[in-house]
Write a protein that binds this ligand. Structure first.
Ligand SMILES: NC(=O)c1ccc[n+]([C@@H]2O[C@H](COP(=O)([O-])OP(=O)(O)OC[C@H]3O[C@@H](n4cnc5c(N)ncnc54)[C@H](OP(=O)(O)O)[C@@H]3O)[C@@H](O)[C@H]2O)c1
Length: 249
């Protein structure tokens, strides 16, 4: 893919990897649209960039998703790339709390269902655009779960499966829209502040690797520790499971 001259919508664009992507894409001559709930933070970060705008949206609310798609249609006719990156996680172990049902619904709606709804609405919009791509952020825990984030890990496994289906379905339809999956490692962002580990990768490095892989058309992007998890998986699922849970304690 070409990584300059695009118009890129980035969910979770106010912090962490989304913000890093916004900064790097902006510096490379792309137009970026930052999406998240915290309007003040979005405005502050967008103001520091050359060519950025914002859309305030709660991805867990269906009406907000419809509004987001309508805003894109009305205000961003050049949109050709979408980075579906926002996500939430609850750090707990199974049976340590009695509301894992509710926790799992909140995580699933934000991390998974929003992506299903947005891809269904946005793929037809991107269909006639040049250099059209959707990048979906999953995680190494899509392969095997982290027991400190049991229901979150399941959302990323679902999203990984959905990303594979989406890519294959679009290939079969000879669509020009390419589906990339960023399978992120443990990254030093606000998201991971509760995880005690010295193996967190800087968000800037993760995004540099992501952009390099985008240029190479490497659709399933294994970054940092995710490469190791993938190699362990080839040996056995149990080996990968113990490896992941050794990192996060
Ligand atoms: N950090 C890691 O170790 C790690 C590892 C693997 C995968 N990931 C994944 O990487 C992605 C980005 O996370 P990050 O590490 O960069 O952490 P982050 O800085 O916490 O970013 C998450 C972003 O998602 C946005 N968000 C959360 N819920 C939302 C909602 N309902 N509607 C709209 N926006 C929402 C947040 O903004 P607002 O609060 O303003 O809405 C925030 O900007 C996530 O999908 C996460 O699962 C992270």
């Amino acid at each position: 893919m070409k990584t300059t001259g695009n118009t890129i919508l980035i969910t979770g664009g106010g912090t962490g990897m989304g913000l890093e992507a916004a900064k790097q894409f902006d510096a490379m001559g792309n137009t970026v649209i930052l999406v998240a709930r915290n309007e003040g933070r979005l405005k502050e970060e967008a103001a520091k960039l050359n060519n950025a705008s914002i859309i305030v949206c709660d991805l867990s609310i269906e009406n907000d998703l419809d509004r987001l798609v309508n805003t894109v249609k009305e205000k961003h006719p050049n949109l050709n790339m979408v980075f579906l990156n926002a996500g939430i996680a609850t750090n707990y172990t199974l049976f340590s709390r009695n509301d894992s049902y509710k926790v799992s619904i909140a995580e699933m709606v934000t991390n998974y269902h929003s992506v299903v709804k947005l891809t269904q609405a946005l793929v037809p919009i991107l269909a006639d655009r040049e250099n059209a791509a959707i990048i979906i952020t999953t995680s190494g825990v899509a392969f095997v779960p982290d027991l400190q984030h049991p229901t979150y890990s399941a959302t990323k496994a679902a999203l990984h499966s959905y990303s594979l289906s989406l890519r294959l379905a679009l290939e079969q339809q000879k669509s020009n829209v390419k589906i990339f999956e960023l399978m992120a490692p443990l990254v030093d962002t606000p998201f991971a502040k509760g995880i005690n580990s010295d193996q967190k990768m800087a968000a800037s490095r993760v995004i540099q690797e992501m952009i390099a892989k985008l240029e190479l058309n490497e659709y399933e992007m294994h970054v940092g520790l995710t490469k190791d998890i993938f190699e362990k998986m080839k040996v056995s699922t149990q080996e990968a499971l113990h490896f992941v849970n050794g990192i996060t304690g």
